[in-house]
Design a protein around this ligand. Sequence first.
Ligand SMILES: Cc1cc2nc3c(=O)[nH]c(=O)nc-3n(C[C@H](O)[C@H](O)[C@H](O)COP(=O)(O)OP(=O)(O)OC[C@H]3O[C@@H](n4cnc5c(N)ncnc54)[C@H](O)[C@@H]3O)c2cc1C
Length: 290
Amino acid sequence: MPVIPGSFAYHRPATVSEAVGLLAQLGEDARALAGGHSLVPMMKLRLATPAHLVDLAGVASLKGIQADGNDIVIGAMTTQHELVGSELLRTKIPILAETSLVIADPQVRYMGTLGGNVANGDPGNDMPAVMLCLGASYQVTGRGGERRIPAREFYQGAYVTALKPGEILTAVRIPVPPAGHGSAYEKLKRKIGDYATAAAAVVLTMNGGKVASCSIGLTNVADTPLWAEEAARILTGSGLDPATVKRAVAAAEAITSPATDNRGPAHYRTKMAGVMLARALARAKERARG
Ligand SMILES: Cc1cc2nc3c(=O)[nH]c(=O)nc-3n(C[C@H](O)[C@H](O)[C@H](O)COP(=O)(O)OP(=O)(O)OC[C@H]3O[C@@H](n4cnc5c(N)ncnc54)[C@H](O)[C@@H]3O)c2cc1C
């Protein structure tokens, strides 16, 4: 099995418009390069053989984490490590640091970017389900200008997304969940550094001991990340009593369609999605005020 990528030309634009221009000019033989921690392994296995890499590392405007009204806007080239260290995210959207910390290992997180994680389209990536859960949207720029795509409409199949050829994702825009919300990301993996056998993201608010709002995302139990809308609807208004949680878990399991692979048979992975969801709900409730 080859472990050396095929040859390619390397481009290092300094601005978004230069990057978009290069991608348009070079056409389908070109790929954007972010942290390289999904793309380069694919190239080493010759599962991807781009003739041109357009490295986004020199585009300073793609970095950074900023508040913008009630949203937080995170530049696509912000690393997973930087998400862990951000004080703004720790206080406003703590599920992002919690999720980053279960991605791979520190070496990967130093290089791997949020934009690469969500644009990649691999159902095993952890951030996409969290973005569905949070109601995030993706800012993208192409030759035709800028547009915003809701994360819940972005994922179309394994490695198939709403990004058009030549477009790059510039930022992830996340509405800040209400103060006092509780959240949790629970991930079952075979060992440190592994992708999820199944994982669940929960963001909820409580009022007088009842769930006032709830959103749920599931990782790696279908070709795309899943937003478990019906499960969340069942939980809303409840006190998260065992019978209601059981019904919600069943509703979430019903929308999964995982592959049988070396992480286990499909049925097992569906059940583990349910277990992760029940754990995430309990932890999110513990953390919520109200
Ligand atoms: C050992 C190992 C373990 C890992 N474990 C996990 C894990 O448990 N969970 C997890 O979520 N991930 C895991 N990863 C993947 C890691 O998080 C990657 O860093 C991430 O998936 C991709 O981010 P990147 O910045 O490295 O993107 P790259 O690898 O550079 O790019 C990935 C893809 O996205 C495209 N792309 C990147 N940025 C943009 C952009 N701004 N606009 C448009 N397209 C873009 C590229 O063209 C490419 O197709 C693991 C990786 C390794 C090597």
